[in-house]
Design a protein around this ligand. Structure first.
Ligand code: 13P
Ligand code: SF4
Length: 324
């Protein structure tokens, strides 16, 4: 895929309901430079649903949840992939398309879940529960994936667990996701005390308040939220599943219980829907800015590399997930 020529005015039309024109004026120079650099470097930008609208609608070539970005990364033909997301997403892209140069605009784009667990922790869990399969959320390092039987995302966790046909799994590192999936599947989970620093902050009281303040609101929550939050939501799903729900159902009023930028991006694409915006920001996702993406393309930084011995085992766990 070669980046097409596109005017910044046409790009602005996509986000005019969520980004004021005066703000766009400060961004246009970087946006135009990024489109030029994508053509010059034969690069594509993969952006997660939590990127700000000027990145998501303004410069990205492929957008989606973690699962979609992994699937799409496999088929990229361009020489360079810029991953506007967090480090584990860039590693997953590199695992699935190792011949490409994968760049992450800011090396500090981590994830509280990925940082909660090490490869040694997984080995210790296995030793404590011999024979129990290890299902690892993609929000982990390649080294942790390498110790796992299969990966999952919030979009396919139920399918992945059910595909194993067992009564008990080790599901790491997100305690709440594991508890939520255990309830859906009836499979017993041994989990880990990792939490997403964004989703763990939502409470059932927040939802109750939203329902009082915005009568008739439809509440969609991400499964990284605590189970008590999902109990009082109308629907739970990955970021792509929430997006699809809004697109297909067109609820009059909706609250997305997840990272801030999701509402902006989904709202820009669904102008008839009123968005209540409970907002918890992911500081790691927000390391991606137009300036950082432009510098990544200009300077070819920061290249993501993975130890080949780790990569071969981590890739197997991700590929098993994609085969489900
Ligand atoms: P999704 O897979 O639903 O996009 O979630 C990724 C993530 O980091 C959520 O916090
Ligand atoms: Fe990690 Fe949570 Fe940020 Fe997603 S929102 S990248 S799970 S810290």
């Amino acid at each position: 895929m070669t980046a097409p020529t596109i005017s910044t005015d046409a790009l602005y039309e996509r986000i005019r309901t969520v980004v004021p024109r005066v703000e766009w004026a400060t961004m246009e120079d970087d946006v135009a430079a990024i489109w030029r650099l994508k053509r010059e470097r034969n690069a594509v930008i993969l952006a997660h649903n939590y990127q700000t609208p000027e990145i998501f609608h303004g410069v990205a070539d492929i957008v989606g949840d973690s699962l979609a970005l992994a699937r799409e990364a496999q088929h990229v033909e361009a020489d360079v992939i810029v991953l506007a997301g967090v480090h584990f997403m860039a590693e997953t892209a590199k695992l699935l398309n190792p011949a490409k140069t994968v760049l992450i605009p800011d090396l500090r784009s981590g994830c509280s879940l990925a940082e909660s667990i090490t490869a040694a922790d997984v080995r210790a869990l296995r030793a404590a529960h011999p024979g129990v399969p290890v299902v690892t959320y993609v929000n982990t390092s390649a080294a942790v994936k390498a110790e796992s039987d299969v990966c999952c995302t919030s979009g396919n966790a139920v399918k992945v667990i059910e595909s194993l046909g067992v009564d008990r799994v080790i599901m790491i590192p997100d305690e709440y996701l594991a508890q939520n999936i255990a309830r859906q599947t009836g499979v017993e989970v041994i989990t880990w005390a990792g939490h997403c620093e964004v989703h763990e902050r939502f409470t059932p009281r927040d939802i109750a308040q939203i329902r009082v303040d915005y009568p008739g609101v439809t509440v969609l929550a991400h499964p990284e939220c605590p189970p008590e939050v999902l109990d009082v939501a109308d629907m739970a799903g990955s970021t792509a599943q929430m997006q699809d729900f809004v697109r297909l159902e067109q609820p009059a009023r909706v609250a997305l219980i997840t990272e801030c930028s999701m509402s902006d991006n989904v709202s820009a694409a669904n102008p008839a829907v009123e968005f209540v915006r409970p907002c918890n920001l992911c500081p790691h996702m927000k390391r991606n800015t137009l300036g950082a993406i432009r510098a990544a393309l200009e300077l070819g930084r920061h290249e993501v590399t993975i130890d080949p011995q780790v990569a071969v085992r981590a890739r197997a766990a991700v590929e098993r997930m994609l085969a489900v």
